[in-house]
Design a protein around this ligand. Sequence first.
Ligand code: GLA
Length: 666
Amino acid sequence: MGTLPSAYGADQTLAVTLEDTSAKVILSLYYTVFEQANVITRRAVLTNESQEPLVIRRMMSMMVDLPDLKFDLYTLDGGWIKEAHLHRRPVEYGMMTNSSTTGASSNRHNPAFMLATSTATEDHGHVYGFNLIYSGNHASYIEKSGRDIVRVAVGLNPHCFEWSLGQGESFETPEAVMTFSSRGFNGMSHNMHYFVNEHIVRGNWKKRERPILINSWEAFYFDFDDGKLVQLAKKAKELGIELFVLDDGWFGERNHDQAGLGDYTVNKKKFPRGLKAFADQLRDLGLDFGLWVEPEMVNPDSDLYREHPEYAVGHPTKKPVKGRNQLVLDLCQKAVRDYIVDKVGAILDEAKVSYVKWDMNRHIGEGYSIALKRQGEFYHRYILGLYEVLSRIFRDRPGILLESCSSGGNRFDLGMLCFSPQIWSSDNTDPIARLKIQAGLSYFYPLSSMGAHVSQSPHQQTLRATPLSTRFNVACFGCLGYELDLKHLTPEEKKEITEQIAFYKQYRRVFQYGTFSRLKAEKENKVIWQCVNQNKTMALAGLFQTLANAAEGEERLSVKGLDAGVYSMRTRPQRLHLARFGGLLKHVSPVELNPDGFLLRQANRHYSLADCVEAYQCSAAALSFGIPLPNQFTGTGYNENIRMLGDFGSNLYIIEQLNVEGENDE
Ligand code: GLA
């Protein structure tokens, strides 16, 4: 059975050993200091030295008492396609719980949370951050006592948990993580980002730039064959994409979500030449090859289930409950773990896969394993089994970039980040929805860990139509990918995506590993994000508008954290597509065009306007205070210097110190 992952590269660890001499039980507490990150972690190990069995029903990883500073509690809550929404509530007398019981760290309540003084802002105030290096059921308790002490406890969820220790046996908790900043939420986030990049993510992909990918899922779902995929790959390559990811639907009878999970042999109808030949062809095109798997699951309609129904989680005499038509494979069983390691390992080697998307698409409702005598161990042993399988598969294949996923961000946690340097943030790729999701995740997780893709507009879940520029401007604050059918792109869109990809390649180190901050926007309908390079000589700022307001007052864009000096600030060139104007075009066009006619459609395919061309020179101090931007235009006429954001419009600003060359790296 696997062991718990933990942070590494610490400065020092203090071990405190406590002994209950009458019960003959030893409790060891480990406090580990990560000085540069401003992080202290704690975990606990309980050892039974008596001859009597010791039953553990609740054992937390850490507990701390804080004097009440009029705290607010901030948690990241949600569900499928609305992960990590930030919620705030005052800490009152009594106890509040932030927990998961779904078998995963969950999209309901991420294990990370903050306590902040009620006046704290992004840049000011005292903020305590907490997290847990664990991917299963977690619980944190925040309790304010009558003596105005706020007690915080973080650890495994005691729900359905019971663990028995025989003589000489030990139980180890997951490692809890704590940080503090007097520089507001951004200060806390900077600590956590540094901690994840330095002390959690490990292996070949540590601090390495992540490839730009195309993913087949939103382009085709299950409806593809090798010919269709090769077409997608060729188009992707032309645009500058580096990695092709074959998502769900490539194996067994997986032509829909009711069959095939568990059978990791290639579907011969879709791939008559086999998977290796297909992957080789992609490599010949100059693309790396990545593959989706969901190894923890099985469909009842699969060869694996027909042969081994006992591999599935569930009570032997009760009808199992399905989620997305699937059952969970019982990772408490060694035979199941061996099956997954062999099957997945073989396919990765055969097709020389360089990236894996490891998915997990349901909650675990019936924690029962035929391999266990004590079912109270199920949920924790499941996660230990998962960690074992991941390390056995990927330890010997260090070149593979692993991106974990659980219906999007249902398992976005520090435990998974010890194995997978990046995680798919959400199945919701609508950029306006992503402003909340990525901002929520960014409180604790660095941009290098967040998968973020440009997808189709109107969007599949919200039916919201958004400009291609905004879809990119949001996705580049993360690990960029594209997830749409490229076949129907207009020539203008192709040019635009080619430019986006070239731009991202130039600045990806700053996006992925620079210092990311959320800026307080003065207006309700704006979101501002920025990344500053390591030398503090350049920054990238994204200004996003949700809904447009008529006759909006002056707006300012401030950029913080740069070294003193004079800077140029300019908008990233982006395209304004003619179709956005519809019938309004007649006011600027020499000939009157039918807004729904052939001519305008053709014009839209082949022409676009330059969108918001702005350029300034200013000092770092002025940038920090805020540069007034031209008013958004709502009158008549158009020229390229006019800011026309409209609903869901956005701009990226490039801010570079003048007379400093070659400094726009990390
Ligand atoms: C989950 C993932 C998606 C996709 C599908 C495939 O929903 O989050 O990105 O891989 O599964 O079934």
